[in-house]
Design a protein around this ligand. Sequence first.
Ligand SMILES: Cc1cc2nc3c(=O)[nH]c(=O)nc-3n(C[C@H](O)[C@H](O)[C@H](O)COP(=O)(O)OP(=O)(O)OC[C@H]3O[C@@H](n4cnc5c(N)ncnc54)[C@H](O)[C@@H]3O)c2cc1C
Length: 418
Amino acid sequence: MTNGKHCVVVGAGAAGLWTAWALSEVGMRVTVLDAGAAAAGASWGNAGWICPAQAGPVPEAGIIMHGLKDLVRRDSALHFSPAALLRLGPWIATFARYCNDRSYFDGLAALSTLGYPSFKLIERLGLDEHFDKTGLLAISKNPADVEHFIEKIEPLAKFGQGATTEVLTGSAVQDLDPVVPRGQAAALIGNHWQVVPHKYMAALIEKVVAAGVEIREHEPVEHLHVRDGRVRAVRTNRDVHEGDHVVLAAGVNTTALARSIGHHLPVIGGKGYSFDVRPGRMPKQAIQTLDTHLAISPMGGTLRVAGAMDFTNSPTRIPKRRVDAMQRSARALLGPWTDQSAPWSGLRPVAPDGLPMIGRLAPDSNVFVATGYQMLGMTISPAAGVHLAEAIATGDDGRTGPFSAQRFARKKIRAYPR
Ligand SMILES: Cc1cc2nc3c(=O)[nH]c(=O)nc-3n(C[C@H](O)[C@H](O)[C@H](O)COP(=O)(O)OP(=O)(O)OC[C@H]3O[C@@H](n4cnc5c(N)ncnc54)[C@H](O)[C@@H]3O)c2cc1C
């Protein structure tokens, strides 16, 4: 039963689909528009971790201290191409302001409080049926990396998330997983769910459609029609959709859509890569390599290797050197493999403070955003969707809170006329 209000959601990734479902739960009629096939963006080829231990924002103390020299190194986990450095100067300057412990731990608390209800929501929709819940092993040759990892997640214990405090070394690591070579220290995170992203997203689409949401694929939004400060209609290549509210959940493209109606949203794309292999021996659970920054995820008969965060001027290019480096690090751990798939790339939407932007785009606007989910889109999108649907239903003006979409607002910028 709808309350007569119609909401148009732009983007059918994890952010848009969970928001659409939550909006239908609060009684709205919902239409989701996607430029391509639903769930074919960043939500497709990621590592599939639903894991509160990953709840930290991207900026951390030490990143900038290591210096820009490290950030432009092609094998650095977080890499800025020299060309992008120029274009992204103001974004990087803001990012640098958040590279300190206080911002990191405030962000961790906010993100984990936001994200933790996701587990219950996933269970409620019955999406966890085929999940692997065997945990995450964070490993490194250097025990200090594991100690640092534990320090970073220790505050999660306060939120009831059972963070581990034990550094495992020697044979204790092989006892947990014989696939991990000798000489690695490790920490086991029990509270970790593993999904096969494309299967999970297909199941989510089914649930969203069953809830009465209309999903229209291959309908890129071309224009947001503004009258009296409100978006009255959304024009695609095929149709014009009128709505009481509009949610921009278009991943990194949310920035351009917001800009087209005169609003500054500093969300940019952090490109990551993945490929699938058939290893000789399958790890028992997901593995995070703290020294080489890989996410290794068993997905049935195959193993996904994911990693890197590149800020470049080329959103789709997959640099061979980058993938080769990931392969070398993964082989050192897993030994030989067969059937390596073609590499995939996806853009994580990242705000300079590493926190999502969930809420009203500007005071009195009927446009809301759901983006900036960075490395955590699979983990936080269920709860973030509910958070946004509640804000829309209650008329929250969205100015306050760590996820406010207005927190980086500037004086209105010139909209591109159409
Ligand atoms: C290598 C890698 C590994 C990752 N691993 C994990 C992980 O293990 N766990 C985790 O929680 N997160 C992970 N992430 C992050 C996660 O994938 C993202 O945060 C999440 O997918 C973002 O979802 P989204 O809906 O915002 O964006 P997307 O999934 O990109 O969806 C945006 C949608 O908007 C559509 N769109 C864009 N422009 C328009 C337009 N003009 N009109 C209509 N539609 C439009 C696109 O077609 C797309 O379908 C990983 C990311 C990468 C790259």
